[in-house]
Design a protein around this ligand. Structure first.
Ligand code: AMP
Ligand code: TRP
Length: 331
């Protein structure tokens, strides 16, 4: 079974990315053939600073490694270093109706958010994502709910391509149709400052715990986290969204169930609970912080891992693209 996923190198990762995405990847690398990509070509479709991009790419690679992705067990590489992604994306664009791209929710949202920067790349974003996935004959794509629509479009593109260019009479498929893998419920982490909104660094940095935040910062952010009226510690996402979010984070980092935690902190008040959570987060993230510091001084090693990943990825990508070009009459 083959798994493919990617994250855009747009800055530091937060615990939402970690709990909602990377942790699943770490489990998956034990049982499937995994390919994880740093999708820099996607990152440049929204406003960005060119002089910061290389640093963000290295930081993301370090974050992958520090979180526990093992280059012996999975392939990871930088998207723009395997030119087959851009090439296949162009080819897929020629069989995709414009309307299908225009109705994508993410395109509409981002166009609204950056009205001054509605470039063609933003519209074509899902084609590049489809190319990422289809090049590797992927079975499973672990992503957040917001990306589900793009994976569905990818399936549609694969189906259309197979029908149009597959070998008759059975239309021997050129592409595998990938399935989406969504995180389990409760793994949508909310902002500490506004628990009705998803944790997101660009929206509010104070509501967001970064993966490599120093202990003092973690303490400050948790102690300042918005709670709810009353002082009981129970899970009720409607009436007590703040405490419920903190319970979810506690549960995911400690491996204890929400029920167990409710019992443990019964009658103890918010402050005691927050202190325990602070301690848990500081201790859980400590090995990641240490690993990152170590890796920051080993940039050559990190680059070498990405280079190895590129080589391995490109072998697979080239073989799919060759087949596609043959079927399309380009070779
Ligand atoms: P992004 O930074 O939006 O590209 O997200 C990278 C990955 O992290 C995607 O798989 C998202 O679904 C996941 N993710 C981002 N924010 C959260 C959050 N607050 N809770 C859970 N998962 C998240
Ligand atoms: N679009 C995805 C996101 O914003 C990132 C991504 C790019 C991706 N290519 C991918 C995810 C291929 C899964 C598979 O989160």
């Amino acid at each position: 079974m083959r798994v493919f996923s990617g994250i855009r190198p747009t800055g530091e990762l937060h615990i939402g990315n970690y709990l909602g995405a990377i942790r699943q990847w770490i489990e998956l690398q034990e049982k499937a053939e995994c390919i994880f990509c740093i999708v820099d070509l996607h990152a440049i479709t929204t406003p960005y600073k060119a002089e910061k991009l290389q640093k963000n790419i290295t930081e993301l690679a370090i974050a992958y490694l520090a979180s526990g992705l093992d280059p012996e067990k999975c392939i990871f590489f930088v998207q723009s270093q395997v030119k087959e992604h851009a090439e296949l994306s162009w080819l897929l664009g020629t069989i995709t109706p414009l309307g299908e791209l225009q109705r994508m929710t993410q395109f509409k949202e981002k166009a609204k958010k950056h009205p001054e920067y509605v470039n063609a790349g933003l519209l074509n974003y899902p084609l590049l994502m489809a190319a990422d996935i289809l090049l590797y004959q992927t079975d499973l794509v672990p992503v957040g709910r917001d990306q589900q629509q793009h994976v569905e479009l990818t399936r549609e593109i694969a189906r259309r391509f197979n029908k149009k260019f597959g070998t008759p009479p059975a239309h021997h498929p050129v592409f595998k149709e990938p399935k989406v893998l969504l995180p389990k419920t409760g793994e949508k982490i909310m902002s500490l400052q506004n628990p009705k909104k998803k944790m997101s660094k660009t929206d509010d940095p104070q509501g967001c715990i970064e993966l490599f935040d120093e202990p003092e910062i973690i303490q400050k952010k948790i102690m300042a986290a918005v709670t709810d009226p009353g002082k009981t510690i129970i899970y009720d996402s409607e009436k007590k969204p703040g405490i419920s979010n903190l319970l979810t984070i506690f549960s995911l980092f400690s491996g204890k169930s929400i029920r167990e935690l409710e019992k443990k902190f019964k009658g103890g008040g918010y402050e005691k609970f927050k202190k325990s959570l602070t301690e848990l987060l500081i201790n859980s993230l400590e090995p990641l912080r240490r690993k990152r510091k170590e890796l920051l001084s080993r940039e050559v090693y990190v680059k070498e891992i990405l280079e190895q990943g590129r080589k391995r990825a490109q072998i697979i990508a080239q073989s799919t693209l060759q087949e596609v070009k043959k079927k399309m009459g380009l070779i």
